[in-house]
Design a protein around this ligand. Structure first.
Ligand code: FIX
Ligand code: ZN
Length: 451
């Protein structure tokens, strides 16, 4: 399998000075930005994708694409099918119903529906088909390994960070098998079930040989840290992560507050590993929708400021789910250099909001943030999620350069390349210590411009 590696690009001004040229006019600047952003490799820092070694956890193809929980939620807005009626259907019958309802009987205008159209178009499939026969024939003819290469080539995604649950049976089996994981897939140790569901997690952690109790005392903290140490040793995660509700408070006299303070944060310090806080999700606001039933709420960004202030030696990756929290997150990031805002998460991953958030981040943070992750659950989604994000980030970046031009400074091509690399991979690489085959990107010495 050819490993998609990053071609080390030398940002020193080329012999003929071609990459030091500044655009002659604003239209050329726009073309330069579009071309560079479209071709810049991406490290996708948060997905629900899995390396091929995780077998059935890895999802791809038209029936998985159409059964994406975003589309299931949208189906019930148009169809009279009952929740029970839908869940009783086989997967193919579910995707047939979703296709007929959202793509044939109605116009697929939502981000999630329009995204499926983009994937099909990119793959040369009939986006106006009345049924899924042609699409299914195409995917049935694909070899999983070759298809992975095809998607990574189309999207120029070089590295994918998974979401790994140390309490999941298939994950435990795969990690304990010692099987070599595709090096383009990296682990993120996800702590939701430990931090947000401690009582249910206790028996599962005990079953792995750790003597933890529901009542959290020093002995349980010690055993929980041993559990985390062992999983960090097994997974070598790029970061630890957790999603948190909109009413998340810290400090807090709760299982979560105690475990976060006495187990997780000390573990991050000891292992020098970053902690990702994904805040603002209201789980199961409509349980009948299952995975599609989550909502959001505006959270208190002050919590993040407190955690960053009290743990200045921990690097935090932070994203909020509420649009109303985004400006406050930018301001908090200006106060704490151990706070790295990332992504336009979930319900924010829509063109109008990506544009707004990215522009305010450039205005408040320069290039010191990570604009996007895909959150892809199905491999094919990388095609549309990165296509629309690259376009929108390029637009916002161009606007920022145009403003600088207006104020009296023109950027050189190599500066655009440098900035794009920071935004799409370098900032994350440096934050978590992920180098690109022995080279570090995004630092000034990489960009020796001949004087
Ligand atoms: O907590 C998360 O990682 C969320 O991204 C998921 O729970 C959510 O279902 C999702 O996939 C959103 O895009
Ligand atoms: Zn996610």
């Amino acid at each position: 399998m050819s490993n998609t590696t990053i071609n080390r690009r030398d940002y020193a001004v080329s012999e003929d000075g071609s990459n030091s040229e500044t655009a002659r006019d604003i239209d050329e600047l726009r073309r330069q930005v579009d071309e560079i952003v479209q071709s810049t490799p991406v490290v996708d820092l948060h997905t629900h994708l899995y390396a091929p070694q995780f077998n059935e956890l890895g999802l791809w193809g038209i029936d998985e694409l159409l059964n994406y929980h975003y589309l299931i939620a949208e189906l019930f807005r148009f169809s009279s099918v009952t929740y029970e009626g839908f869940w009783r259907l086989e997967k193919r019958a579910q995707s047939d119903l979703i296709w007929k309802t959202l793509f044939v009987e109605n116009t697929p205008l939502s981000e999630a529906a329009s995204g499926v159209v983009r994937v099909m178009s990119e793959l040369g499939l009939d986006t106006s088909a009345r049924d899924l026969r042609q699409a299914r024939e195409f995917f049935e003819s694909q070899n999983a390994e070759d298809y992975l290469e095809k998607v990574l080539e189309i999207t120029r995604v070089t590295d994918i960070v998974m979401t790994n649950d140390p309490l999941d049976e298939i994950e435990i089996k795969t990690w304990n098998s010692g099987e070599k994981i595709d090096s383009r897939f990296h682990a993120a140790l996800r702590l939701d079930r430990l931090l947000n569901g401690w009582a249910d997690a206790v028996p599962l952690i005990k079953a792995q040989g750790y003597d933890v109790k529901e009542t959290i005392d020093d002995a349980t903290i010690k055993e929980t840290r041993r559990f985390l140490d062992d999983w960090i040793g097994r997974m070598k995660p790029l970061y630890l992560g957790v999603s948190l509700p909109d009413d998340f408070a810290y400090p807090e006299e709760s299982a979560r507050g105690r475990l976060l303070r006495d187990a997780v944060l000390p573990t991050c310090k000891e292992h020098d590993v970053s902690l990702a806080l994904m805040i603002g999700v209201r789980r199961r606001v409509n349980p009948a929708l299952k995975l599609a039933g989550d909502g959001l709420g505006r959270a208190d960004v002050g919590v993040v400021s407190r955690i960053c202030a009290e743990n200045s030696d921990v690097r935090f990756l932070v994203t909020f789910l509420s649009r109303e929290n985004q400006h406050e997150l930018c301001v908090a990031a200006r106060k704490f250099s151990n706070l790295m805002p990332f992504g336009c998460w979930w319900f924010l991953n829509n063109s109008s909001i990506i544009s707004e958030i990215t522009r305010e981040r450039f205005e408040l943070l320069g290039t010191s943030f990570i604009p996007q992750h895909s959150d892809a659950r199905i491999l094919d989604q990388l095609i549309y999620k990165w296509s629309h994000s690259r376009r929108l980030i390029a637009e916002a970046l161009f606007e920022s350069y145009a403003g600088l031009w207006h104020n009296g400074r023109r950027v050189k091509r190599w500066e655009i390349e440098r900035d794009a690399e920071k935004l799409f991979s370098g900032n994350f690489r440096r934050w978590v210590g992920l180098d690109a085959g022995g080279q570090s990107f995004g630092t000034e010495q990489n960009y020796n411009e001949t004087k």
